[in-house]
Structure formats: C-alpha cells, structure tokens
Design a protein. Structure first.
Length: 476
C-alpha cells in the first residue's frame, strides 16, 4: 500500500514536472518565434526600403539634360535678357513723363536784401513734363534694330547650346556603354585566367604540371586584373561626366553612381556625302548666322555713335506750379500749362564721338574676321567628323571579323590544350587575342557613334532619338 501510494505520488510529481517543463518549452518557443517574426519583419522592411537605381535611355538622358543642364539654363537667361533689351529700346519711341519739385528756404537776411521786407523766405515749384523725341539722329531706330538683332543672336546661341549639349550627352552615354562592355570583357578574361591558374596548380599538385606554367598563368591573371581595374575606373569617370551633363548630384564621399543607363552600343550604317554635309552645315549652323548678326549690330552701332554730333529735336508739354516770392501779392502761387519745341546740338564734344566711331569700325572689322573664322571652323568640323566616321566604319567591319576569328582560335586552342597538343603559352595568347579583339571592336563601335554625333552637331541638324525603352523600364 505504501509502495502504491509512493508510486502514485511519483507519477503525480513526474506528470506535474513534465507539464511544467512543457509549459516552459512552449513559452520559450513562442518567444523564439516572436523574435524570428520581428527579425523577419526587419528583413522585409530592409528589402522594401532598398530602391533600385533609376534607369535612363538615351532619349531620356537628352530630355533630362534639356531641362536641367546648366549651359542650357544660362542660355535661356541670356534669351530673357535680350527680350528685356527690346523693351528698353522700344521706350525710345514712346513719350516720357517726368515730374520735378523744388523747395528752398532762404535765411532772413538773404531774403530781405535791399531793405525789402516783402520777400518770402520759402520758395518752391512743381513741374510735370511730357516729352516726345522727334529726331535723335537715327539713334532710336538703330537701337531698336540692335536689340532685335541681339535677341535673334541669343536665340541662335540657345539653339547652339542645345545642339552642343545633345552631342555631349550622346557621346557620354556611348562612353558609359563602351566602358560597361569593357568591364564585362575583362571580367570574363580574369575568370578564365583564374580557372587556368587553378587547373595548372592542380596539375602541379598531382605531379603532371610545371611550376613555370603556374607562374605564367598567375602573371597573366595579374595583368588582366590590372586592366580590369583601369576599365572600372574609366567607367566611373564616364558616369561622372554623364551625371554632370544631366546635372544629377554625384556623391563625392561615396564611389556610387546615382543612376543606371539602358541601351546598347549598336551599329547602324549611315550613308552620307561630304558635299551634302558641308552644304547643310553652312545653311543650318546657328553660329554662322549669329556672327552675321554681330556684324550688323556693329554697323547699327555706328549710327548710334554718329547721332552724338547731330541735333536732337523733341516736343514737350507740361504743367507748372510756382510759388509767389512777394508776400504783398494776393496769390501765393501761380500755375498753368505750357508746351513747346526743344532742340539740342552738341557742336563740339572734344572728339569723343569720333573716338567712339573709330572703335565701332574696328569692332565691325573684328566681327567680319570672326565670321570668316567660324565659316572655316564649321567646314573643318564637318570634314574631321566625316573622316572619323569613315575610319570607324572600316574599323568596325575589320574588328567584327577579327572577334569571330579570335573566338574560333580560343576554342581550338582550348580543345588542343586539353588533348595535350598545344602549350599553355598558346592558350593564354589566344585568350589575350580575344580580349584585345573584343575591346577593339567596342572601341570602334563607340568611335563610330561618337563620330556620327559630332557630324550631326557639325551640320546643325535638329535630330530626334527614336529608341524606345522596353516595357517596365525607363525613368522611375
């Protein structure tokens, strides 16, 4: 009986202990699950807060530059400045309305000269004049012509700034694509050479390889790794150049590009004739017309300068209110309307007008020289860009075939090396040849697209990029 009771108490205690242990384990498990849930939420929240880089196509980069580029914004402000100058010049055709008031207080001893006691000690007058210029030696009309020509020149400068920025953005965009592809090519070569080092080391470990082959593979891998570092640095610099053109802030403390681009370094053969390019350039380049305007502005300025020695005629009308100085008079002031004709003629100004005209004539000749220089510069720009386009086109054809030959050569060298029919040096040389051929082809593609952008800029073409982003891509 005692044994059964003791056994019963043991069972009860054991069950109670097991129940308590289960409760504790359940609580611990719940706490662990809760912590995992919170940690999972933190992970999810961290993943959600990571925002992908904004991707821009070439057209989107150009549109962004047209909105934000500092050179274009400055050109816009110069255009607004020229519009304000037209308002100033137009004021010469309109009448001017001015008012004048004067008040004088006289000391008692000064107001009572000659023992007069009737003079007032305060004297005042108010004048209002409406003046219309009738003749100013041609200065008013010439000034208006100058303002219009300058506004036209600022418009042409704005068009030139737009063409220049579009060209710069295109070249920078192509440069980023070229450097991205260079990085990929060198990374592929580094991976191949790293695998080659591993294979040669494995052969050396089993006694079938040579230490010389391992060292040679390591040297080639180190050289290719150095080329990869250079390619990555060029990619960062080209991305920095593009971000400056787009006026996108680039962090100086972190080596991080704030955006990504979407595009390919494509090749589309373009057929252009040199004579047609020169004709279009001389007809469309805004810089040439702007320099013509500069010549006309200086010739109009001669008229303005010559007006300094010619008479100026103006009509005026007004209303005056004048105080009466004699206190014995019944009225303390007089007022009335008036009108008339005024003529002024600067007969001698110490040869100042002659000096201004001589300076303006020199500026006319300088503007003509600048026009000829711009004319020659445009022809040279077209000729250089056209020749670069032809050279790049020939290089693309050559390097495309060369890449195919280098690829076939590497495949054959790899197969022969596996069969022991060729040396490691020949295999490494085949990989180096392929890397060089791929880099040369990418450079040729970049140079062709860059030369085409320069040629279109030299012709002053108002072109439109027609590439369209893929679905779900583009600026975000």
């Amino acid at each position: 009986m005692r044994k059964s009771l003791a056994k019963g108490r043991f069972v009860i205690k054991t069950a109670t202990a097991l129940s308590l242990r289960g409760t504790i384990l359940w609580l611990v498990g719940a706490l662990v699950c809760a912590q995992c849930a919170f940690a999972g939420n933190d992970i999810v929240s961290n993943v959600v807060t990571l925002t992908p880089l904004t991707r821009y196509t070439l057209q989107q980069c150009i549109d962004l530059a047209l909105d934000q580029n500092s050179d274009i914004l400055v050109a816009k402000k110069h255009l607004e400045e020229a519009a304000g100058a037209i308002v100033v010049a137009r004021a010469g055709y309109l009448p001017s309305l001015t008012s004048y008031a004067n008040f004088e207080w006289l000391e008692a001893s000064y107001a009572t000269l000659d023992n007069s006691v009737s003079n007032r000690s305060d004297v005042w007058n108010v004048n209002i004049r409406l003046t219309e210029t009738i003749y100013a030696g041609g200065a008013v009309r010439a000034g208006m012509d100058i303002a219009r020509l300058q506004k036209h020149s600022r418009t042409l400068d704005y068009e030139s700034a737009v063409d220049q920025v579009i060209m710069d953005v295109r070249i920078a965009f192509y440069d980023v694509l070229r450097n991205q592809s260079d990085v990929a090519v060198h990374e592929q070569a580094v991976n191949f050479l790293a695998e080659q080092v591993k294979n040669e080391q494995a052969r050396l470990d089993v006694g079938t390889g040579q230490k010389l082959n391992v060292l040679r593979a390591e040297v080639n891998r180190a050289l290719e790794q150095s080329a990869l570092v250079d390619a990555r640095n060029r990619l960062r610099n080209s991305s920095l150049q593009l971000s400056q053109l787009l006026s996108i802030p680039y962090s100086t403390d972190q080596d991080h590009v704030p955006f990504d681009i979407d595009g390919t370094l494509a090749y589309e053969k373009t057929t252009l004739e040199l004579d047609d390019c020169l004709t279009r350039a001389l007809a469309q380049r805004p810089e040439l017309t702007a320099r013509e305007n500069d010549i006309q502005v200086q010739k109009k300025q001669l008229i303005v300068d010559r007006s300094g020695v010619l008479p100026h005629v103006a009509l005026f009308a007004g209303y005056d209110v004048v105080s009466e100085p004699d206190r014995t008079q019944s009225a303390d002031h007089y007022d009335g309307y008036l009108g008339g004709l005024s003529v002024s003629w600067n007969v001698f100004d110490g040869f100042a007008t002659k000096g201004r005209m001589n300076a303006t004539r020199a500026r006319v000749e300088g503007a003509e020289i600048s026009y000829d220089a711009v004319h020659r510069s445009i022809e040279a720009d077209v000729l250089r860009a056209y020749r670069d386009l032809q050279r790049s086109d020939e290089n693309i054809q050559t390097q495309t075939a060369n890449v195919q030959l280098a690829t076939d050569s590497l495949k054959l060298a790899t197969a022969n090396f596996g069969l022991g029919l060729t040396s490691q040096l020949e295999l490494l040389q085949s990989q180096l040849d392929l890397t060089r051929a791929q880099v040369a082809e990418l450079s040729a593609r970049f140079e062709y697209n860059a030369a085409l952008a320069r040629l279109e800029r030299a012709m002053g073409s108002q072109f439109h990029i027609t590439d369209t982003p893929a679905a779900g891509q583009g600026a975000k």
